[in-house]
Design a protein. Structure first.
Length: 107
């Protein structure tokens, strides 16, 4: 399943859980800073995944390994666009100093 489809399915589920005056707080980070600049001033992003924030975590501690699991860091603009496409309002509540943010989703 494509990253955008995963995000939309997730937001659709969140929308179904919201009451009329409810809210869901979401925190994430824009990890674009992790990628190298290319010659034109853009970012060089490997094409392993459709969206640069889509990762697979592998955890190991003292020789014990867990099963890998999917994780997605979503930049605020992508979150806002996906939220609006799913009938949700998206408001930036706080923007941190390290590409992180807190957003509010509501109907």
């Amino acid at each position: 399943m494509r990253a955008t489809q995963k995000a939309w399915a997730f937001l659709s589920k969140l929308r179904s859980l919201l009451n009329e005056n409810g809210q869901i707080l979401v925190d994430s980070s824009d990890i674009i800073y992790m990628f190298d600049d290319d010659e034109d001033g853009g970012k060089w992003i490997p094409t392993d995944n459709e969206y640069y924030g889509e990762l697979v975590f592998n955890i190991e501690y003292k020789g014990e390994k867990e099963n890998p699991f999917d994780w997605m860091y979503v930049d605020y603009n992508t979150l806002q666009n996906a939220a609006l496409a799913n009938g949700l309002q998206c408001e930036l509540v706080v923007e941190g100093e390290h590409f992180d943010y807190l957003a509010r989703l509501s109907l």
